[in-house]
Design a protein around this ligand. Structure first.
Ligand SMILES: *Cc1c(COP(=O)(O)O)cnc(C)c1O
Length: 395
């Protein structure tokens, strides 16, 4: 018996297969590229057969909770296991609650995306697949390219030509095949699906491949491991809704195993200029608000994991908040000068969301608040040029 199976987030159908599986065959039939996809799959386990002991799970790299056979098939690079930093003041204000930054820019390719790429790559290795394809706004592509390089796998990346130069540079340096699109991420996505169907490549597209959600959940195990107590809030920068679903899923696994007692309040932070998930939460019909924001990594017209995210937020009373580009830039500066952590705009958005939230609602004394920092500032220097005023060089 396989230790894992998939369940369609829409119809609830169970799918058991050791082979490559993407969307639910029934629910995905009527999908069209102008709407969020139906039929995204959640990966589940036979929880009653898993030892509900966190230290045991930690020592075994959570292999009982991953859809791969052997942890040794993960990339040789150190993916995840990123630092959680505590800061007790911002500028001159002492905080009477606890504030933590989970710094996922410390991943090998400098973004959170490595967690998903690593699991997809390990699955490919176990199934003797040597080529992986993905569409990306930049980070998923640079991540897959780097992870594949470390595993001697081939990567094919579809990415908008307008993606930040550092991300395009990474893809090329890691030796992947790059296809730049004169158009949006959503267009790159469609083209990558066409190529997948035509050439039968293994596809890492976010949410389309259920392992992307599963790879990302490990961040929650790590946050729990560092704090070993109930966590009150986690602020997550959100575009397609895969990272936030991963965060929910990780804590949900721990809930099901009885290791934690309550789900933290998980807050989706979106850019005001790309709020397609928050703005459609309560709409009967999905309506696109065209995206325009400096936070390219969360600039998404059609959130690929809309329905799962909506379900998680509803079920566990998650929240959502939007921040303007000005608030993102301010937050980026405040974060850098207070912590020494310089992040890309999408990650700074999570901190901007935290600042806004803290001003609107009083955070309880001693509450534990975690901000997820998902990517390095060096990936997008252009975005902060407005803030940079170098002095004239001295002679
Ligand atoms: C991809 C990404 C996000 C958003 O993740 P989604 O799964 O699209 O919601 C946030 N920050 C960074 C740096 C990213 O690369």
């Amino acid at each position: 018996m396989l230790k894992y199976f998939y369940q369609c987030v829409d119809c609830g159908q169970i799918i058991e297969s050791p082979h490559v599986v993407y969307l639910c065959d029934k629910c995905s039939q009527k999908n069209n590229s102008a709407l969020p996809p139906r039929g995204v799959l959640k990966t589940l386990y036979h929880y009653n057969q898993i030892k509900p002991n966190f230290d045991y799970l930690l020592q075994t790299n959570f292999i009982d909770l991953l859809p791969i056979k052997d942890y040794n098939n993960m990339p040789p690079l150190r993916v995840g296991k990123t630092p959680l930093y505590k800061f007790s003041s911002i500028d001159n204000e002492d905080l009477n609650f606890e504030l933590y930054f989970k710094d996922d820019s410390a991943n090998p390719t400098f973004s959170f995306k490595d967690r998903a790429s690593a699991l997809v790559s390990a699955f490919a290795k176990e199934n003797k697949i040597d080529t992986i394809i993905a569409a990306s706004t930049g980070n998923a592509g640079s991540s897959l390219a780097g992870i594949c390089a470390s595993q001697r796998q081939k990567a094919i990346i579809y990415v908008p030509a307008a993606a930040p130069k550092a991300k395009l540079t990474q893809i090329v340096m890691y030796g992947a095949k790059i296809i730049t699109i004169d158009g949006t991420y959503d267009r790159a996505y469609d083209l990558s699906i066409e190529a997948t169907q035509k050439h039968n490549y293994y596809n890492r597209n976010t949410a389309f491949n259920p392992l992307t959600i599963e790879g990302k959940k490990t961040v929650s195990y790590e946050i729990f491991n560092d704090l070993r107590t109930n966590i009150d809030r986690v602020f997550v920068p959100t575009g397609d809704g895969v990272i936030i679903s991963g965060v929910f899923k990780g804590f949900e696994d721990l809930l099901k195993l009885g290791i934690i007692e309550k789900m933290p309040t998980i807050i989706a932070v979106q850019a005001e200029g790309s709020k397609n998930l928050s703005a459609n939460m309560y709409n009967e019909e999905f309506k696109i608000f065209p995206s325009q924001t400096i936070a390219d990594s969360i600039s998404v017209d059609i959130p690929r994991n809309f329905y799962m995210t909506k379900k998680f937020i509803t079920q566990y009373e998650g929240e959502h908040i939007t921040v303007t580009d000005t608030e993102i830039l301010d937050a980026s500066k405040i974060l850098s000068r207070n912590t020494g952590i310089f992040t890309e705009p999408a990650a700074a958005a999570a901190f901007a969301g935290f600042i806004k939230y803290k001003e609107a609602k009083k955070l309880e004394e001693n509450s534990k608040n975690v901000v997820l920092l998902t990517g390095s500032g060096l990936k997008d220097l252009n975005a902060v040029q407005k803030l940079i005023n170098l002095p004239e060089p001295i002679k």
